[in-house]
Design a protein around this ligand. Structure first.
Ligand code: DGJ
Length: 734
């Protein structure tokens, strides 16, 4: 049984082949954290919990027990106000103004399976045997508040999920100021803090710094997970690498404002936490009501960062992403954005489609510019009727013509937004987020619809649904191009205004749940100016996300490498674009652009009609190669062989679960005269198998090499004497 309860010691042990996680109810009723790390047999470790430690300035809540202070106790759900000065997970205000709670054990349940979280995305099981769940109720006598902690262990994947539900069982209203999803106390500060940080067009750079006393947090106050920080971080043992050392990964299944990080306290213990950002958050919980916090995913690896990432990948690929497209090979697409931006009409789209079809491309995506009077980004968001001058015949005949070429048709939407210059805004000026009397700050000349309102949610469902049910659409790109300001809702009373941002997320999730359930055959790709909302919450509804608006192959090395720390290749949109690149002006070969895009959901984002016959032949070869290897890329185990954050070379590898097939991609950024010898050691292969290694870029004759040789000696990578050099190999066991 992966979750055990020992009534003698009141201890819980959660275990899988990859980790053990131990907690214990103390005689005082407080729920202590005992251990998280490599698998151990014990269900309780008495000496790990030093509960009597008389420390100066650590107050004692019970005079009978000198030395017992919550300030020194490792805990599962620390709350504020009675002796713990560290960062709390829960803070609740009563009607008398007090903000103290004292949560103590009441009861628990252990059962097979994993229930869903009401209104929120979460990992799931298809069969109850896949996960076991522990629910523990903690109770605060004075307020009547119950905090239900949920822990689910996915035994075969080796991942743990946590969440918290607060229920007001008392008679007075409660104000929730802070409800984090997970809090874990570590016994030392012997770790480095690893996180993904960036900005638009340079998302998810890898940062790694030693923990230091005090708080170190990443957060979003944008009403979206954001380009600048990701709701992922890891605590890693000092010096841990891809294949050695310990890594503790945390990721929040949520797409709104979050906080994530760690606080090193006075005795150099570390408290790691993740959850909805308490900044500008408040929730009024009336008697009888419950508040569900989002799910946090916790992954431990005893063998480095690579294993941590592969565990996240497997869980997300198989038990976070849902629907028909979870297990289907994703189509090779051509997107009209960088091909012609707003200058699209039936003729340009059909011209692009015909050339794409000849190259074997399977899906044409018509991006921004097809609706209302959208000739630039100053107008028409919200007016989801076809642009009368550009598409006088409507969308349906266009889609049919594309279908006749043997391709499917995809369409861009930005349903959460409204342009002040739109019929929708003129009809419903109160439908956007706003604060009465304040100006409505625009970004990209647009405002955000108030998705906390059910009528607005229903209108979006109707608008998008009308098009999806009348036009043969196989794919939707769901974009979102600004963050929240003046966060207020016309329908909420003053005391609930600070609920707006979270209610927006709940509304967005309802919209996405409804639309994806109604159109299960449609492949949805999320986007927010590229990767501004790349999080597990969104992946629950949309199996892929446009990784970045930066399509330069060299920039993409860092972006895709950083993203891979938590998210699988099957979640990353990766397109070949024009050279010189539109974002950075860099000139690179078509080959290297193809090689880098091969490590995600492959596509093109350029005017193929500007290519020469010879280049179009290369495109056709790339498309053919993608079709052969995409199954492996989407479902294989991912290995980071060389990091763009550490040097001039990047190398990635995908290995099938039976280790009989693999794909390796290597990129050297700058050329160096008379360079030292450079070797690429492969990983994840079967040392006892012989592999036929076929260089597909540049193409040459296959050679047979043992898995042991490939992993211990490697291949030499002193390739051509030019910058931006890419190599791709396919491996097949013989
Ligand atoms: C931002 C996206 O990231 C781009 O790919 C493109 O769809 C534009 N929006 C269109 O406005």
């Amino acid at each position: 049984m992966p979750i055990k309860f020992d009534s003698a010691t009141q201890a819980f042990a959660i275990s899988s082949a990859k980790f053990s996680y131990l907690l214990q109810v103390l005689p005082s009723g407080h729920l202590a954290h005992v251990y998280w790390g490599a698998p151990i047999e014990a269900t309780s470790i008495p000496h790990a919990l030093v509960t009597n430690l008389d420390r100066a300035f650590s107050p004692v809540p019970d005079v009978e027990r000198r030395g017992f202070s919550l300030d020194t106790l490792p805990q599962e759900l620390p709350s504020y106000g009675n002796s713990d000065f560290r960062s709390s997970a829960v803070q609740v205000q009563r009607t008398d103004g007090s903000t103290v709670s004292n949560l103590r054990y009441k009861e628990h349940r252990i059962f097979a399976g994993k229930p869903g979280l009401e209104g929120l995305p979460a990992t799931y099981v298809e069969d109850d045997s896949e996960a076991t769940t522990l629910e523990i109720d903690l109770y605060d006598d004075l307020s009547g508040l119950t905090a239900t902690l949920s822990y689910s262990v996915f035994e075969s994947v080796g991942a743990l999920t946590r969440s918290v539900r607060l229920t007001n069982g008392g008679t007075e209203s409660l104000n929730l100021d802070r409800v984090l999803s997970a809090s874990v106390d570590f016994r030392s500060d012997d770790y480095e803090f690893l996180h993904l940080t960036g900005a638009w067009a340079r998302e998810r750079d890898l940062y790694r710094t030693p923990l230091r006393p005090g708080g170190q947090w990443v957060e979003s106050r944008r009403g979206a997970s954001g380009h600048d920080h990701n709701p992922f971080f890891a605590l890693v043992s000092k010096g841990a690498g891809e294949n050695h050392g310990e890594a503790y990964g945390f990721n929040l299944v949520y797409s709104g404002s979050f906080i994530a990080g760690a606080e090193v306290a006075q005795y150099l213990t570390t408290r790691a936490q993740v959850g909805i950002n308490p900044f500008d958050f408040n929730w009024l919980l009336e008697p009888g009501e419950s508040f569900q916090a989002p799910e946090a995913v916790l992954v431990y690896s005893a063998s480095g960062l690579g294993e941590m990432s592969r565990t996240f990948h497997q869980l997300y690929r198989t038990r976070l992403v849902r629907g028909q497209w979870r297990d289907r090979e994703r189509p090779v697409l051509i997107n009209s954005w960088e091909a012609s931006y707003f200058k699209i009409d039936e003729a340009t789209i059909m011209k692009l489609a015909r050339t794409a079809a000849k190259a074997g491309i399977e899906l044409l995506v018509m991006d921004d510019g097809w609706f209302g009077h959208r000739d630039n980004d100053h107008t028409s968001l919200g007016d989801w009727y076809v642009h009368p001058e550009k598409f006088p015949n409507g969308l349906e005949p266009l889609a049919r013509q594309i279908n006749d070429l043997g391709m499917t048709f995809g369409l861009w939407f930005e349903p959460e937004m409204v342009s002040p210059d739109s019929d929708l805004y003129r009809a419903h000026p109160d439908w956007c987020l706003h604060v009465p009397g304040r100006s409505r700050t625009q970004a990209r000349q647009q405002l955000i619809l108030d998705l906390s309102r059910t009528d607005v949610q229903d209108a979006i469902i109707q608008m998008v649904g009308d098009i999806l049910s009348t036009v043969p659409i196989a794919y939707v790109k769901w974009d979102m191009n600004r963050n929240m300001t003046e966060i207020g809702s016309a329908l909420l009373p003053p005391e609930r205004q600070r609920e707006t941002a979270h209610r927006y997320m709940l509304g967005l999730y309802r919209v996405l749940e409804t639309i994806t359930a109604r159109f299960p055959e449609v492949l949805f790709e999320s986007c927010s100016g590229g990767g501004g909302r790349f999080d597990p919450g969104i992946l629950y509804y949309m199996p892929q996300t446009w990784t970045s608006d930066n399509t330069d192959a060299i920039s993409r090395l860092n972006i895709q490498h950083g993203t891979s720390f938590a998210y699988p290749a099957a979640s990353m949109g990766a397109h070949v674009s024009a050279s010189p690149n539109h974002q950075v002006g860099r000139e690179t070969s078509l080959e290297i652009r193809g090689a880098v895009a091969l490590a995600g959901n492959f596509g093109y984002e350029m005017d193929l009609n500007e290519l020469s016959e010879q280049e179009l032949e290369i495109v056709a070869q790339q498309v053919a190669l993608c079709k052969e290897v995409r199954g492996l890329v989407q479902t294989g185990d991912f290995y980071r062989l060389k990091s763009p954050f550490e040097g001039n070379e990047t190398a990635w590898m995908f290995v099938s679960s039976n280790q009989r097939e693999a794909l390796a991609i290597h990129v050297k950024v700058l050329s160096r005269a008379n360079a030292p010898l450079s070797w690429l050691k492969f990983q994840g292969l079967d040392a006892g198998l012989q592999y036929e290694v076929t260089p597909v870029l540049p193409a040459s004759e296959p050679i047979i090499i043992g898995g042991d040789v490939l992993m211990n000696v490697g291949l030499r990578t002193n390739h051509g004497g030019h910058d931006f050099d890419a190599h791709v190999w396919r491996l097949k066991a013989v």
